[in-house]
Design a protein around this ligand. Structure first.
Ligand code: NDP
Length: 255
């Protein structure tokens, strides 16, 4: 057996929340290329159909399901749908997230609530609902997408709710890892730095200095460059890792 076999996911099923675009789409593709049957969970079903067509062209077996992760009833219902359709869930990637870029004194109640509802309650809803299913089976792997913003404060585009939410994701990850290890469930977090997606306007000149030029590697990343790190945490390659926060940020958090 080759060491590379530990990264394979043949015969396994993987759910990616927010799999419609950005990092989630790259994660779904990587998991599928590693052999998993993939379920993308998103709100925009028309966009999901386009992603499914692309995954099918790559020879990946994929399904799409609709849910807003911040709404518990929708999450509970979709877990049942997914388990029935796929026969069980081996890997859950809690990727769906949102960000509000605004100084603290200008953040509205609604903006604060949206970020916390999506990034913290959404991750919690999916962890608990899929976690119950995994506990019944006695196995499962969860990867929560945190951020370097859960570790340091990035300038100058202030985002207090986002930073707080990602620190909460890291701590929730550790808490569940400790509680669920005896149940056969591993829980880890991936904390990327700047990745070019709709969420991060990395090319805008006002952010270049602090976001890119001050960072050791002096560049941002692509979703595809982060995907192998996700694959490590989702597969048996990380079989002795739980409760870890894997930082992939081009060195941004060393300062
Ligand atoms: P995008 O904005 O490109 O994608 C976010 C995805 O999450 C979309 O597919 C969106 O779907 C989905 N989503 C948002 N809210 C919900 C919800 N309530 N229910 C279901 N799906 C939802 O962002 P990224 O790809 O950049 O981010 C993905 C993850 O990576 C996030 O958790 C983000 O915080 C994290 N991250 C991103 C970094 C970056 O620099 N880009 C750096 C570090 C972490 P919809 O079409 O329905 O809106």
């Amino acid at each position: 057996m080759s060491v590379l076999d530990a990264f394979r996911l043949d015969g396994r099923t993987a759910v990616v929340t927010g799999g419609n675009r950005g990092l989630g789409r790259a994660f779904a593709t990587a998991l599928g290329e590693a052999g998993a049957t993939v379920a993308i969970l998103a709100r925009d079903t028309a966009q999901s159909e386009l992603v499914l067509a692309d995954l099918a062209e790559r020879g990946i077996s994929a399904h799409a399901f609709r849910a807003d992760v911040s709404r518990r009833a929708e999450v509970d219902a979709v877990v049942e749908e997914i388990v029935e359709a796929l026969g069980g869930v081996d890997v859950l990637v809690n990727n769906a997230g949102t960000c509000v870029h605004r100084p603290a004194l200008e953040v509205t109640d609604a903006e604060w609530q949206e970020v916390i509802d999506t990034n913290v309650t959404g991750v919690w809803n999916c962890c608990q609902a899929f976690g119950r299913h995994m506990a019944e089976r006695g196995r499962g792997t969860i990867v929560n997408i945190g951020s370097m913003s859960g570790l340091v404060v990035n300038r100058p585009q202030w985002q207090p709710a986002y930073n707080a939410s990602k620190a909460a994701v890291h701590q929730l990850t550790k808490s569940l890892a400790a509680e669920w290890a005896p149940l056969g469930i591993r829980v880890n977090a991936l904390a990327p730095g700047y990745v070019k997606t709709e969420m991060a306007p990395v090319d805008e000149p006002q952010y270049r200095q602090n976001w890119i030029e001050d960072a050791p590697m002096q560049r941002y990343s692509t979703p595809e460059e982060i995907a192998p790190s996700l694959l490590y945490l989702a597969s048996d390659a990380s079989s002795f890792a739980t409760g870890t926060v894997l930082v992939t940020d081009g060195g941004y958090t060393v300062f």
